[in-house]
Every structure is written in structure tokens, then in C-alpha cells.
Ligand binder design. Structure first.
Ligand SMILES: Cc1ncc(COP(=O)(O)O)c(C=O)c1O
Length: 372
């Protein structure tokens, strides 16, 4: 059998994705107990699920029965929370699943999407999996969008969609309302990924004026329980879609994509939105403290952020070495081995104790990372 004729060529030729090491493997490799690892590399919520969610999970029943394919309880709770119809909401195993689902719905081989790097890697990754082209319209040095160039690309290449994160990962900047208006005028779909919106000032999302762009509209919004609700390990996200997309999304969605545990955790989280908001506020307060502490290090330049992480430019130091040295001490941050970001690190906002450990390690190691 010639395996080359069996594999889909675009997948056979794709670069492999580098998966992260799980927590317990890291702990074993370093000889540091998992509880002592300071994990600030994946923008997770350091506080985990709410206590009521933990209790609900401990008492979970009917895990031997397949979950509700329509996640009715969670969609109803989200509809009430956002004041929008449940009919426009679809739940996914993380926002990640919904990025792929939208692409499977709209992309024929050879179609294209617009991506604005540096940004979240899954947009170009999923486009490649779906045999589509990614047209990049890079951000400027301060991570601002080039809306004129995006408009020109839409006119020239007729992309099926623009994928945009707000706040953007890795810099944490928001798309301004003016830019959003300009992008929504373009004759293409806009997928606005708001994974980090709960750490941004209230009212920043267009969801507050949700009537705009629905029905025949071109706006899709993605959200997740991974960041503000501390449920990254359970995989739970949702999308808010225009009417015309919903019947087709239902057709292609895997029937049991959201587990019984994930749906229950989402519902109980929404019963305690006030507690989630208090914790988000705690992370925002800690973000400001971490920002000031990072700013005091002359060889780090943090960028203003509206998310639960801070991107820093590393000046006159080797960012890869810095990441490796911190990792040896059980402190994990994100280093981007990518053009345009190779001298940058991204640090998730953790607990105050984690901030203290990180800052102490950065101060201790400062001389060791010098390029001189
Ligand atoms: C911008 C952005 N969107 C989506 C996700 C993934 O969300 P989920 O955990 O719901 O798949 C991430 C995760 O880091 C992200 O940074």
C-alpha cells in the first residue's frame, strides 16, 4: 500500500503542531511537586472552578448517559445572562472547536481567510487543516490593525472570513469600535474571538448592542469558559451566530461534543456570575501590580493589556534563555519563537503569590540573561 496516495496531501505536507507538556509530566521532569509549579504560560485562571462548580462536579450523575446534543440548560442560561435568544447560541468543546466548525462550514479547498498576526495560532492552523489559504495582514509594531489593507485584501481576494481576537492574544489590545464598524461594513464574515473579554472594561464588546449584524448579518462572536470561569480543562466555549448560519452549524456539529461535566460546570458557573466577576476583578488588580513590577525591570518593556496576560519585549537579553532558566525553577512563561515576536515573552496573570515568585526570580536571574 502506498500510504502517500491515501493521506490527504495538504495534511501530509503540514507542519506538525507542538503540543504542550501536561502538568504532571512537567512536575515529574523537574522534580517539583505539581502544586508548586507556577504556570503562567497558557492564560489559564489561577483560581480554577468556583467552589460550587467543584461540588457539582463531585456530585455529578448520569455520566453513563450521553450528554444533551443541544446543551439546552447551558444555552438557556447563556441566553438569560446575555439577553439574547438561545437560538443564536451554539456550545463547543472550547472556542477552539467552534473555530474549526465555522471553517468546516464555509471553506472549500483553496478558499482563503484573513488573519492579522501576531495573533492566536489556531486561525491559521485550522485554515491549513481545512485546506484553505491564510492571507496575513500583519499588525504594526504596536499591534494595531491595518484596516485599509484588510479592506484591500477583501476586495482583491474575496476571503470567506476575517478572524480577529479582541483582546488580541498575545498583546492584550482591543479592537476599537471604529475599526469594528469599518470591518463589519466589509462584504465578508467577521469572526470576533472574545476569549478574554471578561478582563476588559464593561461594554467593550459589540454584544451589548447585539441586534446589529444579526439575521442576515456578518458577525460571529466566540467566547470561552476557559479563562474567566477557570474551566480550561473541561473544554467549554460558545459562539453567538447570525440566524442564517445556525441550521447549518447544527447539521455538522458532532452530536456529543460537550460532555455532561462541562455543561453542568458551565450552568453552575453562570448561577454565580457575581463570584466570577469578583475573581476577574482580582485578576485585573493583580495585572496592574504585575505590570508595574515588570515595568521596573529595565530590560523588560510590558505592553498595555486588557486581558489576563502581559506581553513584554525583552531588551538586551536572550528571551529564549530567560524562559528556559525560569522553567528550571518551575516558573513557566510563554516565549514566542516566531518572526516579529522572537524577543518577546507573554506572562499570564496569576495569584499575588505567583507574581511575587516570578518577580523575585526575574530579579535574581537578571545578569544571567545578558547578551553582552
Ligand atoms: C484568542 C483565543 N481564542 C480562543 C482560545 C481557546 O479557547 P478554548 O480554551 O475555549 O478553546 C484561546 C486560548 O488560549 C485564545 O487565546
Amino acid at each position: 500500500m502506498d500510504t502517500n496516495t491515501i493521506l490527504r496531501p495538504h495534511i501530509a505536507n503540514m507542519e506538525a503542531y507542538t503540543p504542550i507538556l501536561p502538568f504532571d509530566v512537567l512536575s515529574e521532569q523537574l522534580g517539583i511537586p505539581a502544586g508548586q509549579i507556577v504556570k503562567l504560560d497558557a492564560n489559564e485562571n489561577p483560581y480554577g472552578p468556583l467552589p460550587d462548580v467543584q461540588a457539582a462536579l463531585a456530585n455529578l450523575r448520569y455520566t453513563h448517559i450521553y450528554p444533551d446534543p443541544e446543551s439546552r440548560h447551558l444555552r438557556a442560561a447563556l441566553a438569560a445572562y446575555h439577553g439574547i435568544p438561545a437560538e443564536n447560541i451554539l456550545i463547543g468543546a472550547g472556542a477552539d472547536e467552534l473555530i474549526d466548525l465555522v471553517m468546516r462550514l464555509i471553506l472549500e479547498p483553496g478558499d482563503c481567510i484573513v488573519n492579522c498576526p501576531p495573533t492566536f495560532g489556531m486561525y491559521s492552523f485550522d485554515a491549513a487543516v481545512n485546506n484553505a489559504r491564510t492571507i496575513s495582514v500583519p499588525r504594526d509594531r504596536n499591534f494595531n490593525l491595518d484596516v485599509e489593507r484588510i479592506a484591500a485584501v477583501v476586495a482583491e481576494s474575496i476571503p470567506k472570513a476575517i478572524f480577529l481576537a479582541s483582546p488580541n492574544n498575545p498583546d492584550g489590545g482591543l479592537v476599537s469600535p471604529e475599526m469594528l464598524d469599518a470591518l463589519l461594513e466589509l462584504p465578508t464574515l467577521l469572526i470576533l474571538d472574545e476569549a478574554y473579554i471578561d478582563f476588559a472594561p464593561p461594554g467593550t464588546s459589540p454584544l451589548s448592542q447585539w441586534e446589529r449584524g444579526w439575521g442576515e448579518g456578518n458577525l460571529v462572536m466566540l467566547r470561552t469558559f476557559s479563562k474567566w470561569a477557570g474551566l480550561a480543562g473541561l473544554r467549554l466555549g460558545y459562539g453567538i451566530f447570525p440566524d442564517w448560519m445556525m441550521p447549518h452549524l447544527w447539521k455538522i456539529k458532532q452530536p456529543y461534543n460537550v460532555s455532561v461535566a462541562a455543561e453542568r460546570a458551565g450552568v453552575v458557573s453562570l448561577e454565580h456570575v457575581d463570584q466570577l466577576q469578583i475573581r476577574a476583578q482580582k485578576i485585573i488588580v493583580e495585572r496592574e501590580r504585575l505590570f508595574i513590577a515588570l515595568q521596573k525591570l529595565p530590560w523588560l518593556q510590558p505592553y498595555p493589556t486588557q486581558a489576563n496576560f502581559i506581553l513584554c519585549k525583552v531588551i538586551d537579553r536572550d528571551a529564549a534563555l530567560l524562559k528556559a532558566d525560569l522553567a528550571q525553577q518551575g516558573i513557566f512563561i510563554r516565549y514566542f519563537n516566531k518572526p516579529g515576536l522572537d524577543d518577546h515573552i507573554r506572562i499570564s496573570v496569576g495569584t499575588p503569590e505567583q507574581t511575587d515568585l516570578l518577580i523575585a526570580a526575574l530579579k535574581r536571574g537578571a545578569y544571567a540573561y545578558s547578551n553582552d
